[in-house]
Write a protein that binds this ligand. Structure first.
Ligand code: ATP
Length: 326
């Protein structure tokens, strides 16, 4: 592989707290190894439209504690086409960029895989998504902050639920995966957790409400992942309200507060490790891999594997949540 001199870095897809810490680590690790770093603004959209500028060490000062991403992020339909990616590659060449670090989720890594297959550019991915739904890594950047934000919100909702004897359905993010719901549910002592990975809802929820809940509790919290198969929190709450007229049923959708805010210590440290590992991987002639963390150790997972495999939900945690909610 040709020697790497100039590395491009971008954030893509949904923003996640800790992306800035990752940009900082990529930048400083690259500079430490004598490389130049180019920031690509607005993800693949900016790659196609040549929004590319050199980043120096001081440009990433004072950002480790900030949510969002200083490089901005975007979704680009043009990049999904062969022509769009060819245009993007031309801009990389014009700027003499010879390797790429892509910080983002599943879709962003799919884009990186196609770009490096179609053109001669090594790409390394850094898992950046609050959903934690990437196969091959225990944690993705932003997940820890998102579950802490959701947990704090649920704590507040519980106060009012208990004061009024209400049953709250709280919807958290997770279109395809229940990772945020499961951990938030356990951390906040939820009475039930509804996630897309499980064929639960109505019947099981009814039994739970009739047999267990009614006898012992006067208020409660049910966490619903937005991608839950029977619909979001509103749909499920409506069904329950019809069947259980005695409950005062309320719904809260947490929404985008889960994406924002200053990253947790865990996310900052993980992002720093993964950002640095991405540069190490490129210098080690790796391409088309995502860097991840498994059992606290850095791993390299081929793009194909992480994109095609589905990360399993932790069944032990799910069972624990059910036992502890009796
Ligand atoms: P999040 O998990 O936070 O949603 P993501 O990276 O999965 O993040 P997407 O919107 O799926 O977010 O993807 C981000 C961008 O990656 C897309 O806007 C598109 O430019 C590119 N991308 C996604 N899927 C593909 C694909 N199949 N082919 C080419 N590019 C893709």
């Amino acid at each position: 592989m040709a020697k790497i001199i100039n590395v491009g870095v971008l954030t893509s897809g949904g923003d996640a707290p800790g992306m800035n810490a990752a940009i900082r680590a990529v930048t400083r690790m690259a500079i430490y190894h004598g490389l130049k770093v180019y920031g690509i603004r607005h993800g693949y959209h900016g790659m196609i439209h040549d929004q590319i500028r050199e980043i120096k060490s001081h440009h990433v000062s004072n950002i480790i504690q900030r949510g969002g991403t200083i490089l901005k992020t975007a979704r680009s339909d043009e990049f999904r086409t062969v022509e769009g990616r060819a245009k993007a590659y031309e801009n990389l060449k014009r700027n003499n960029i010879d390797a790429l670090v892509v910080i983002g989720g599943d879709g962003s890594l799919t884009g990186a895989r196609l770009l490096s297959e179609e053109h001669d550019i090594p790409c390394v991915g850094v898992p950046g998504t609050i959903d934690n739904d990437l196969y091959g890594t225990d944690y993705t950047i932003g997940y820890d902050t998102a579950i802490n934000t959701a947990m704090e919100a649920v704590d507040k909702i519980r106060d009012t639920a208990s004061a009024h004897n209400r049953l709250f359905f709280v919807e958290v993010m997770g279109r395809d995966a229940g990772f945020i719901a499961l951990r938030t549910g356990i951390a906040s002592g939820a009475e039930a957790i509804l996630i897309p990975e499980r064929e639960t809802p109505s019947d099981k929820l009814k039994i739970f409400l009739e047999e267990g809940f009614k006898r012992k509790k006067t208020s409660g919290i049910i966490i619903v992942a937005e991608g839950e198969k029977e619909g979001g929190a509103y749909e499920i709450a409506n069904k329950v309200a019809e069947d259980f007229k005695e409950y005062d049923v309320k719904v809260t959708v947490l929404g985008h507060i889960q994406r924002g805010g200053s990253p947790s210590a865990y996310d900052r440290v993980t992002a720093s490790q993964l950002g640095a590992a991405a540069i190490d991987a490129l210098l080690d002639d790796q391409k088309s891999v995502m860097v991840g963390i498994v059992n606290k150790k850095i791993v390299h997972v081929p793009f194909n594997k992480t994109i095609k495999s589905r990360k399993p939900i932790n069944e032990d945690l799910l069972e624990l949540a059910e036992i502890l909610s009796i």
